[in-house]
Design a protein around this ligand. Structure first.
Ligand SMILES: C[S@@+](CC[C@H](N)C(=O)[O-])C[C@H]1O[C@@H](n2cnc3c(N)ncnc32)[C@H](O)[C@@H]1O
Length: 282
């Protein structure tokens, strides 16, 4: 059991909402493949590197990185949710990827060996204290080691967040506003805040840059609307206001229409804006 500053997060990520990542693993991984590609391109991990993946979830990013550094390198995939980590382990074993797993809170975990690199695809926005977590991850790296993380950019430039929230709120009402920079999917969306957290972590050689990717899926807007009423901001509004099945299908229908602006030859293709954190340990 995880105790300490992120105990609530551990509970959330092992609850049905967190576990919906397992049910929707295939579609999520397809949509987020371009995010992994962007992080790997930026990190350019050499063969033989020993890499730490933070908040690995069901493991797609850890496995992709492991395949880049194999056969001499490997990845330690860390997550605060035991069920998600179990799934990551199962997948890595099935695919023969050099990935070990660790159940821990990245903000306070103790590491026995120095890593060359730390990476993450959307696993670093949930810390109760981001500066403390970045400092702890920096301690896990050798001098000159690097961390390269992808976090979501602001809602205003991410229809992936803005549209389902707007569509579900139009039917059921708006959820209470999230306090600025609160831990959550958009918790590191403000670049100035992220830079300040990195500075407070003692990471003076740190960059935060915007990157754009395309979230793609061959299922078109209908498949993505179906996903959105189960995971993400629309699902959250439906849960918060005890939405009925009728609400769910009405929101799904409105989302198909809203997402149709992001169809390209029948495929779903939506631009997304990321904040890429790239910091080197002195
Ligand atoms: C949005 S999911 C991303 C999962 C995965 N990286 C992916 O892209 O498929 C966020 C992940 O971060 C993990 N997480 C949240 N807070 C954490 C913490 N303090 N320490 C370690 N993992 C954490 C969650 O359990 C969850 O698996």
């Amino acid at each position: 059991m995880i105790e300490g500053p992120n105990a609530d997060s551990a509970e959330y990520w092992s609850s049905p909402s967190g576990l919906s990542w397992i049910e929707n693993e295939a579609i999520m991984d397809q949509l987020l493949a371009s995010v992994t590609d962007k992080v790997i391109e930026r990190m350019d991990p050499p063969k033989g590197a020993r890499v730490l993946d933070i908040g690995c979830g069901t493991g797609a990013h850890a496995i992709a990185v492991a395949n880049r550094v194999a056969p001499t390198g490997s990845v330690l995939a860390l997550d605060i949710s035991k069920p998600l980590l179990r799934r990551a382990n199962e997948r890595a074993e099935a695919e023969g990827a050099p990935v070990e797993v660790l159940h821990a809170d990245a903000q306070i975990a103790e590491f026995r060996e120095p890593f060359d690199l730390a990476t993450s695809r959307f696993g670093v926005m949930f810390f109760a204290d981001p500066a403390a977590a970045f400092a702890n991850i920096a301690r896990a790296l050798r001098p000159g080691g690097r961390m390269v993380f992808a976090a979501w950019g602001p809602m205003s430039v991410n229809p992936w967040w803005r549209l389902p929230l707007a569509v579900a709120s139009a039917r059921l009402g708006s959820p209470p506003p999230t306090p600025k920079n609160a831990p959550g999917p958009l918790g590191l969306s403000d670049m100035a805040y992220v830079k300040d957290q990195l500075r407070r972590a003692g990471l003076t050689q740190a960059d935060v840059t915007e990157a754009t990717v395309t979230l793609k899926h061959p299922g078109g807007s209908a498949a993505i609307a179906e996903l959105s009423v189960r995971v993400g901001p629309a699902a959250r509004v439906i849960g918060l206001f005890d939405g009925t099945e009728a609400d769910r299908s009405a929101i799904g229908a409105d989302l198909i229409e809203a997402y149709s602006a992001y169809e390209d030859n029948g495929d779903f293709a939506m631009p997304a804006t990321l904040n890429i954190i790239d910091a080197t340990v002195p």
